[in-house]
Design a protein around this ligand. Structure first.
Ligand code: AMP
Ligand code: MG
Length: 435
């Protein structure tokens, strides 16, 4: 059974924000961005900022649903193999043509799929229900055609307005534009749509120890991880990352980078936010606006900074200071920043799918924080199982790269043993789950 934490483990809980409180505080300061006109393909996955009403019927005019003969139903009613109805063929109409003939009694027009139905025709008889093939094989012309069976009136005809009526709303404001929705927009003649703009997100790594990948490491240095993992997460969340690189722990270095960052819709920094840390990040940010340093009741990613910084143009730009350890930075992004980016894009849902999975390893909680354990969820015999993907230190990144979910050990539970069910937030669903 799950064991509850003892009371003294809760000693610091009062100073801490829950994950939900931290998320709500950030969300309260981010606004839905303004709309912009985008060409259809560039609008994929963005939120529609207008109701879209069709100026036309779709189809615009009745047309053929098959290759065949456009006829008057009265002329072919009761036709059979034994009693075919022979009609005079007075023309052909292909898709893209305009029919110039009227189907008088006793006549038919050869018609292709998608071609407009000629005047006075009400039914299409497919080639297979005529003697067209035999006539061709015998080398005969198609001046006449025998109809050998007849469906109901209107068969194989796509009526005008079958899909969309002129004046009908086809897409609603707030919809997330799928490939099919873009197709609908094209079908009514739209080449652009008004959508909520994507946020530009400045990503800044801080620390004297950091060096960009691609060159040999100098003594005492490590490669900058967060620029890439965080910027990639921004892309996945629909944002436009702007890599600012690495800020050295010097005042002028930091100020220059922060200036660039404040041209964005959101500034994300990493590192320098822990308690008792004298990194310059804190001082520089505090000089630029209001910044709060929080302890969030989660593991990893306890320390977090949130601020509103004044840009050179006077605008207040939200800033989230992620923790430096790479796993912490990504988990804090997932819980706090991703919802904010989705809100900026006009989305109203940002929860990941949460499933119940049977644990294959124990989950441990030492100090009353919610644990997000890196797990790989698999499905066997219709049930989900979650296994730790490796060491759970916030500095150990490769297990996160093998995980598809974050298994939760709640704040007030000290151990969730193997065999118990746990909630798992699926961060890579459904792409990386075998169902
Ligand atoms: P700090 O918050 O500055 O104390 O950083 C916490 C830990 O995260 C330290 O071990 C840092 O070296 C490490 N760290 C900070 N930023 C990065 C980064 N961009 N890439 C990789 N590790 C980092
Ligand atoms: Mg540091």
């Amino acid at each position: 059974m799950a064991r509850a934490l003892t009371a003294h483990s809760h000693s610091h809980r009062e100073d801490m924000l829950s994950v939900e409180e931290a998320r709500e505080r950030v969300l309260a300061f981010v606004r839905v961005l303004e709309p912009e006109e985008k060409s259809l393909l560039d609008a994929l996955d963005q939120v529609l900022a207008e109701d879209v009403v069709s100026p036309i019927n779709i189809p615009l005019w009745a047309n053929s649903g098959m290759d065949g003969y456009a006829v008057r139903h009265l002329d072919v009613a009761g036709a059979s193999l034994q009693r075919p109805r022979v009609l005079r063929v007075i023309g052909t109409v292909a898709a893209g043509d305009v029919p110039h003939v009227r189907v008088e009694p006793g006549t038919a027009v050869r018609i292709m799929t998608g071609a407009p139905l000629p005047e006075a025709a009400d039914t299409v008889v497919p080639f297979e229900e005529t003697d067209e093939l035999e006539r061709k094989e015998a080398g005969n012309g198609l001046e006449q055609i025998a109809v050998r069976s007849a469906d109901q009136k209107g068969a194989c005809v796509r009526p005008a307005g079958e899909d969309v009526r002129e004046g009908e709303q086809v897409l609603a404001k707030g919809a997330v534009l799928s490939p099919a929705a873009l197709g609908v927009a094209a079908s009514i003649g739209r080449s652009t749509l008004k959508v909520v703009r994507r946020p530009v997100v400045a990503v800044l790594s801080t620390g004297d120890e950091l060096q960009p990948p691609g060159e040999a490491l100098a003594p005492g240095k490590i490669y900058d991880v967060n620029s890439f993992s965080v910027a990639a997460s921004v892309l996945r969340a629909g944002g436009i990352p702007k890599l600012l690189g690495i800020a050295r722990d010097t005042l002028p270095g930091m100020h220059a980078k922060v200036d660039q960052g404040l041209q964005a819709d959101l500034l994300l920094t990493s590192a320098g936010v822990s308690k008792g840390d004298y990194d310059l990040v804190k001082d520089v940010l505090a000089q630029r606006g209001q910044v709060e340093f929080w302890s969030v009741r989660m593991r990893p990613a306890k320390p977090l900074a949130f601020g509103l910084l004044r840009s050179p143009s006077g605008a207040m730009v939200p800033h989230v200071g992620l923790p430096g350890n790479p796993v912490s930075a990504m988990v804090a992004f997932e819980q706090i920043v991703r919802p904010a980016l989705l809100k900026m894009q006009g989305r109203t849902r940002w929860e990941r799918p949460v499933i119940d999975a049977t644990l294959e390893d124990d989950l441990h909680n030492h100090d009353g924080r919610r644990v997000y354990a890196r797990v790989l969820v698999t499905k066997r015999d219709g049930r989900f199982y979650a296994r730790l993907t490796g060491a759970q230190g916030s500095n150990v990144l490769t297990p996160l790269s093998r995980a598809n979910g974050l298994a939760i050990c709640p704040e007030d539970v000290a151990v969730l043993p193997a065999g118990e069910r746990a909630k798992v937030q699926m961060v890579n669903w459904p792409e990386e789950v075998d169902l």
